[in-house]
Design a protein around this ligand. Structure first.
Ligand code: C2O
Ligand code: CU
Length: 497
């Protein structure tokens, strides 16, 4: 059974509706194409250059690209089952789109240029409209030249509330980002340079929470906070330690998970990933405790201090239930699932191209590195490919733009297992549009929580198996969310038909 049938627009209806909203079109929105009982939340987003206060005085303001003058863009909030209608106006000098990351919606609303819609030209407006099928923490960002558009500040949180949320004292969203700034406070404009593209992406030098370099976060002893973490960075992976606290992960990528303490106490978030964490504020009144990002060894830094008020809220943590109600996800039937193999390779390591190194990296499986089909002959041809921007490969192919033949076709409403191999020396957060999937195994071992994700972080040389019911018809992007890797070829299309 599909949850998308009722909301799927036909291609004709989609084209007609976009035709109705052209240059300078003004709300009200086009009349709804069907009778819809659920309340509709209407939002306007205008993408345009602006100036923001990213770093504190005496640094200058930072010229950035913003939604409605803000970084992050406005937090969009609605209730599960409600409908969202967003008019996106393009005030940039280049084309854009908005992708609703992690939201299971009709293909025509997915915001992928050329694949699901004509890009929104400068001065044009496009109206997105869909139902919030799942509750959870999602986010939005452009899918057009995203390595620069997201990197300059275009992103925002999208929160879908459960009809009956768990009890907490405060619901807090932290959108994490990582910027590469120059002395003046301006964004370094070396977007898409060859080094970033072929190594670990555009890792910056300034980390922000909700668009500000954070100093302190005020809290009270005994308080229970639901902290919604969103990693909006192009490339930085976070591994957050909340010193002296015991965070409980209750959702990943918006989807509920059995409440658990994160491995090693670190909440790890690759680009685009989210985690909902319940934090019982356990510090002494008047004290300060640090949140440390420990992901990159030797490069640990203090992200922010939790600053405790002198008056406690209560003496001990409340014992309210933590379990979130499940979303309506179809359960994959593993015994009858169709199996597909996907290998990622490419990238640089120590001046060598990983894809060329065959099995010599010693991961035990000598065929592993080439996996995707031995397309790399000699260094010369590889350098040629790198010049053309093709550095990363999925099953032997590097994407150029968003127009491509599907790399996999999945039978609709069937269960599928995608067995993925990371044959590179780098981490990759792999994202599938239009679906959530269960992460069922890592390196052959079943995962403890069989977590639902839309973006799964693969460690170097790791094998990860994911399972899903392909219930949402259309052509869906499947790509690495390190935006430089995506731009340099690590992207493909999965067709559900
Ligand atoms: Cu967050 Cu293909 O996107
Ligand atoms: Cu990658």
């Amino acid at each position: 059974m599909s949850h998308f049938l009722s909301t799927t627009l036909t291609r004709r209806a989609f084209l007609a509706s976009t035709g109705a909203v052209t240059v300078g079109a003004i709300l009200p929105f086009p009349v709804s194409r069907r009778a819809h009982a659920a309340p509709v939340t209407e939002v306007r987003l205008c993408a345009a250059p602006d100036r923001i206060r990213l770093v504190p005085e005496p640094h200058g303001e930072t010229p950035a690209w913003c939604y409605n003058g803000l970084v992050p863009g406005p937090e969009i909030r609605l209730r599960q089952g409600e409908r969202l209608r967003i008019a996106v106006e393009n005030g940039l000098d280049e084309e854009t789109t908005v992708h609703w990351h992690g939201v299971r919606l009709p293909n025509a609303m997915d915001g992928v240029p050329h694949l699901t819609q004509r890009p929104i030209g400068p001065g044009e407006t496009f109206v997105y409209e869909f139902d919030a099928v799942d509750a959870g923490t999602f986010w939005y960002h452009p899918h057009q030249r995203s390595f620069e558009q997201v990197g300059r500040g275009l992103y925002g949180p999208l929160i879908v509330e459960e009809p009956e949320p768990i009890r907490i004292d405060r619901d807090v969203t932290w959108v994490l980002d990582d910027w590469r700034l120059i002395k003046s406070g301006a964004i370094s404009d070396d977007f898409g340079n060859g080094h970033d593209m072929s190594h670990n992406g555009r890792v910056g030098n300034t980390v922000t929470i909700n668009g500000r370099v954070p100093d302190t976060f005020a809290a009270k002893r005994g308080e229970r906070i639901r902290l919604r973490l969103i990693n909006a960075a192009n490339a930085r992976i976070f591994g957050l330690e909340f010193q002296g606290h015991e965070p409980t992960v209750i959702a990943l990528d918006g989807q509920p998970v059995t409440p658990h303490a994160p491995d090693g106490g670190l909440v790890v978030l690759g680009p685009a990933m989210r985690a909902d964490v319940v934090l019982d504020m356990a510090g002494r009144p008047g004290s300060r405790v640090s949140v440390i990002d420990r992901f990159y060894r030797g490069l640990e830094y203090r992200l922010v201090d939790l600053a405790y008020d002198s008056a406690p809220l209560r003496d001990r943590a409340p014992n309210w239930p933590l379990e979130l109600p499940a979303n309506p996800l179809p359960e994959p039937d593993l015994r009858n699932a169709v199996r597909h193999d996907v290998v990622f390779n490419g990238g640089m390591m120590g001046g060598m191209v990983m894809a060329e190194m065959g099995g010599s990296m010693g991961d035990g499986s000598s065929g592993g590195m080439m996996g995707g089909g031995g397309m790399m002959g000699r260094t010369g041809s590889m350098m040629g490919m790198m010049h053309s921007g093709k550095i990363w490969f999925i099953n032997g192919k590097a994407a150029e733009g968003h127009i491509m033949e599907p790399m996999l076709t999945l039978d609709r409403d069937r269960s599928h297992v995608i067995a993925m191999t990371n044959a590179t020396a780098w981490h990759h957060p792999i994202h599938l549009h239009g679906h959530s999937f269960r992460v069922i195994a890592r390196n052959g071992q079943p995962t403890r929580h069989r977590e639902w994700q839309d973006t799964v972080l693969m460690a170097p040389r790791e094998k990860v198996e994911i399972a899903l019911v392909a219930d949402n018809p259309g052509d869906w992007m499947f790509h690495c969310h390190i935006l430089e890797h995506q731009a340099a070829g690590m992207m493909g299309v999965i067709r559900v038909t």
